[in-house]
Ligand binder design. Structure first.
Ligand SMILES: Nc1ncnc2c1ncn2[C@@H]1O[C@H](COP(=O)(O)OP(=O)(O)OP(=O)(O)O)[C@@H](O)[C@H]1O
Ligand SMILES: [Mg+2]
Length: 275
């Protein structure tokens, strides 16, 4: 088997030596695969992505990235530049990510850091603004944008780098339907280009349609199952147990929604196909 992009062995992580973020995780990410991390709130999805991105380091266990140990020392040396040029991370909260005075600067920042010629940077920024449909926002202050607009800028600032490895934390959160469809198509395209994609999501249709493998975390912060999306998403007991679906969650084809069975229930249950 070829060298994985990431290999995680018995990794645990505690915040402030106290609060458990992850417990005894084993996981490989292969080159060119698209992987979803599913789990309830607080199960450890974002923590796991931060560990993969080298933004947090295991309290126990070890991680390698691109065949090298991912340690504070490695990221203080030569490996850092190489690793950072390969990897793009879209954070769950765009506010953490954006910091430039204008949207244009935000999207140009990564390519400029890579010492790309100015003309090429300009072209990349234009292409990215165009692709995201945010040309009109180019001179705006990122911090003054709406949540969804900020998310688009954060995604753009990563895409303009054209990284081989993409880590996406809840990429569809807060996006309107048109932008969600756009992101679906984009992820599909990136997958065809054999980019390595790891995303944390609550969106079961993304996991089903856009990934090769799903890793499930439980509320004790450890991996309880992994496998092909069709297999995992068919396992209703597992999804209920780990609090990814509720018994009032219903799936229609590839659309999941939750409806109340309380006084405001208005849903016709006759034609439901439950998974
Ligand atoms: N900065 C922090 N300090 C202390 N504990 C933290 C911190 N960040 C996360 N945690 C804890 O670590 C655990 C995992 O959190 P994490 O953010 O990884 O969950 P998540 O699966 O991404 O959840 P969500 O679906 O809500 O985004 C939670 O119990 C959380 O309370
Ligand atoms: Mg999270």
């Amino acid at each position: 088997m070829s060298e994985p992009i990431f290999n995680i062995e018995r990794v645990s992580y505690r915040y402030s030596d106290k609060y458990i973020g992850l417990r005894d995780i084993n996981m490989r990410v292969e080159e060119g695969e698209s992987l979803a991390i599913l789990g309830a709130n607080g199960s450890g999805k974002s923590t796991l992505l931060k560990i993969l991105a080298g933004l947090a380091f295991p309290s126990q266990g070890k991680i390698t990235a691109l065949g090298r140990p991912l340690t504070p020392d490695a990221l203080a040396g030569d490996f850092s530049c190489f690793f950072r040029s390969k990897l793009g991370f879209v954070f769950q909260e765009p506010d953490v990510q954006i910091f430039c005075p204008t949207v244009w600067d935000e999207i140009a920042f990564g390519p400029l850091q890579l010492d790309m010629p100015k003309d090429e940077v300009r072209q990349r920024v234009e292409d990215t603004l165009d692709m995201l449909g945010i040309k009109g926002l180019r001179d705006r202050q990122p911090h003054h944008l709406s949540g969804g607009e900020k998310k688009k800028v954060a995604i753009g600032s990563v895409l303009s780098l054209n990284p081989d490895i993409l880590l996406l934390d809840e990429p569809t959160n807060g996006l309107d339907p048109r932008t969600q469809v756009w992101l679906f198509e984009l992820l599909e395209g990136l997958r065809r280009f054999k980019k390595t994609i790891v995303m944390a999501t609550h969106d079961l249709s993304i996991a089903e349609d856009l990934t090769d493998r799903v890793v499930v975390l439980n509320e004790e912060h450890t991996v309880v199952s992994h496998g092909r999306p069709a297999e995992i998403l068919r396992d209703k007991d597992l999804l209920l147990r780990v609090n990814i679906i509720h018994e009032h969650t219903h799936r229609h084809g590839d659309i999941t929604h939750i409806h109340s069975h309380g006084p405001f229930a208005s849903h016709d249950e006759h034609d439901e196909k439950q998974t």
